[in-house]
Design a protein around this ligand. Structure first.
Ligand code: F6R
Length: 607
């Protein structure tokens, strides 16, 4: 989603802004732009398309600047175009924005009535006009910003320049992420730490309602009432934010192959020989969850799928009722009064607006113990939660989530084990799961070796229009994740069904042109899924099966992909790997943009 980078420095800032935009590309965008100070005036360069084209247009050899704001836009209001690309200007004021101004129509109507003419279709343009009007009334740049944000409803992170105050950049955060990066004789704002990691390792994570005022030697952070606030500067490990492909062709490929190491990092220091270490969820967690009677999970997309797997684990191993909701739906339901609830949010980015607002909603309407399972330390969701367990996957740049999913499941398994210990479940079961979790990286490693097999399947998929994924029980969320991976990066329609639902409708779709990928577990669902596969084969559907058992007799036309066998509760984690790679190779054969699939964003910061 939209990305912001801006700042002021004693040195030339343009290469820093462009590199910042490159590092924000992973979030997803359709256009980009920069406003920078040059010879006492502010110039704008914008472009529909890639940051690389913008960099060429900017003519970095000729142009130099000490102050600027830059932006990657993911269209919400108004088509992707150069005109709608940010920064937006109103005379002396220049604005970049991430988020949605919900009352922009109302503000636009008021401004139009005052004679203001709009030149874009964006919601952002109102902000530039409002600030300009206040400065024209004689207010300082800072005061004009404060008065403007009082009028805005919705989510926004802003970077703002005033041509008449040419030493200052102002950043504002309200429900959309913004960090302040502090350097020597230079200061910056950005949507995330990664954008600035080549220039500083010192960051302030702004809170909602805070305004950052920066020039090249000083930063001041104020609250919405214009009072200066003390903020904590965090030192982050900038090396963790490498954007190097390390020999891979795409970030998605790199991240898939990093999964064994990512799982190791996820469990590192968190397990004893027999169970989880005490205190890994933070001081007080185990005491807080000892008498929970409910677990409510909220998440979106891939993270939602990991939640659905935990739901099974919770019912089977804890006997605790677990409910899973989409972030975009949860907050619109009437809150049901429950006994003591553990509210778990799962998010790779920690910034997903739907999940974040659900968390805030749950805290407002009930009194849950909140736990974030998240990959980004200090992200909004972590800061909003009582407890956090970081998944430790390392930065995930490919838009399609892969290692984040596998490490979310690892972290959820640590949650399961911890709750099993706190609730007195059988030590022998905890020991068995712990052993299997420790062995997971080895199994993933082995599964990653069969690339030829995955390529063969992909060759048979890439010309198809539609595919069906089948799973039952624990494997149904995995089938959904497989379908999501394929559709998002190859644009092939992919749907997932519980095997038993086939005969209730989707069987009508089956013919020789509909490949079916079926997950075949070694558990109580084996016979039933085998029958479902037979139903497909009888209608000439080509079935590819994935599972820990040897070749089955049913898959005549497609083929069987054998994966290592582990405990049934962990086998779904292994079975996602073939589907990730099948999706990846299918997209390669189709020639789609694997790391930046059309219309999608990595960090979805609008609701
Ligand atoms: C799919 C994908 C998305 C995200 C979803 C939630 O590959 O990446 O479906 O899983 O947007 O994002 P997070 O986990 O950052 O909250």
């Amino acid at each position: 989603m939209c990305g912001i980078v801006g700042g002021t420095s004693e040195r030339n800032i343009l290469p820093i802004l462009v590199e910042g935009l490159r590092r924000l590309e992973y979030r997803g965008y359709d256009s980009a732009g920069v406003a920078f100070k040059k010879n006492g005036t502010i110039s704008i360069t914008k472009n529909k398309g890639r940051v690389e084209q913008l960099a060429k247009k900017l003519n970095l050899k000729e142009n130099q600047s000490n102050l600027g704001i830059a932006h990657t836009r993911w269209a919400t209001h108004g088509i992707p175009s150069e005109k709608n690309a940010h920064p937006h200007a109103s005379k002396n004021i220049f604005v970049v924005h991430n988020g949605i101004i919900e009352n922009h129509n109302e503000l636009k109507a008021q401004l139009k009535a005052e004679g203001i003419r709009f030149s874009t279709q964006t919601d952002t343009e109102v902000i530039a006009h409002l600030i300009k009007i206040y400065t024209e009334k004689g207010q300082s740049f800072e005061k004009a910003v404060f008065n403007t944000i009082k009028k805005l409803k919705g989510a926004y992170a802003l970077g703002i320049l005033d041509k008449n105050d040419p030493e200052q950049v102002i950043g504002v955060r309200n429900q959309s992420p913004l960090v302040l990066g502090k350097g020597f004789q230079e200061n910056f704002i950005a949507s995330d730490v990664m954008a600035l990691s080549p220039v500083t390792n010192k960051f302030v994570y702004l809170d909602d309602g805070q305004v950052a005022l920066l020039n090249h030697h000083k930063t001041v952070v104020k609250n919405a009432s214009n009072q200066t606030v003390r903020v904590k500067t965090h030192e982050v490990d900038s090396n963790a934010y490498t954007t190097d492909l390390q020999g891979h062709n795409h970030f998605m490929e790199k991240e898939i192959f990093e999964q064994p190491a990512a799982v190791k990092d996820s469990i590192e220091g968190r397990l004893t020989k027999n169970e989880t270490q005490e205190g890994i969820f933070g001081a007080g967690f185990e005491n807080a969850v000892k008498d929970i009677t409910n677990i409510q999970i909220v998440a979106c997309g891939t993270s939602f799928h990991s939640a659905r797997i935990f739901e099974f684990w919770s019912h089977k191993f804890l006997g605790i009722n677990c409910r899973v909701d989409y972030g975009s739906e949860y907050q619109y339901q009437e809150p049901v009064k429950t006994d003591k609830t553990l509210l778990v949010t799962i998010s790779q980015s920690g910034e997903t607006a739907d999940t974040l607002s659900s968390l805030k909603f749950a805290k407002k309407t009930g009194n849950p113990i909140s736990l974030a399972i998240c990959n980004v330390a200090n992200s909004s969701i972590c800061r909003e939660s009582d407890f956090t367990l970081l998944t430790n996957a390392g930065p995930e740049i490919g838009v399609a989530s892969t290692k984040a999913f596998v490490t979310q499941l690892t972290a959820l398994n640590l949650l399961l084990l911890t709750l099993m210990r706190v609730h007195g479940c059988l030590p022998s079961a905890r020991k068995r799961i712990t052993k299997a979790l420790n062995e997971l990286p080895k199994h993933l490693e082995k599964t990653l070796k069969q690339t030829d097999v995955y390529k063969k399947v992909a060759k048979q998929l890439f010309k198809k229009n539609s595919t069906l994924f089948l799973g039952r029980g624990l494997y149904f969320p995995i089938a959904r994740e497989g379908a999501l991976k394929l559709k998002e990066i190859s644009y092939i329609h992919a749907e997932a069904y519980p095997g038993g639902e086939l005969k209730h409708g989707p069987l009508a779709l089956i013919d020789k042109d509909m490949p079916v990928i079926a997950l075949v577990p070694d558990n109580e669902h084996l016979d039933k899924i085998t029958s479902n596969i037979a139903e497909v084969a009888a209608r000439k559907g080509k079935v590819f099966t994935i599972g820990p058992l040897g070749k089955t007799k049913i898959t005549k036309e497609g083929g069987h992909i054998k994966i290592p066998k582990t405990l049934d509760l962990l086998n779904p984690i292994i079975s996602v790997v073939p589907m990730q790679l099948i999706a990846y190779y299918t997209a390669l054969f189709k020639g789609t943009d694997v790391d930046k699939p059309r219309n999608l964003a990595k960090s979805v910061t609008v609701e």
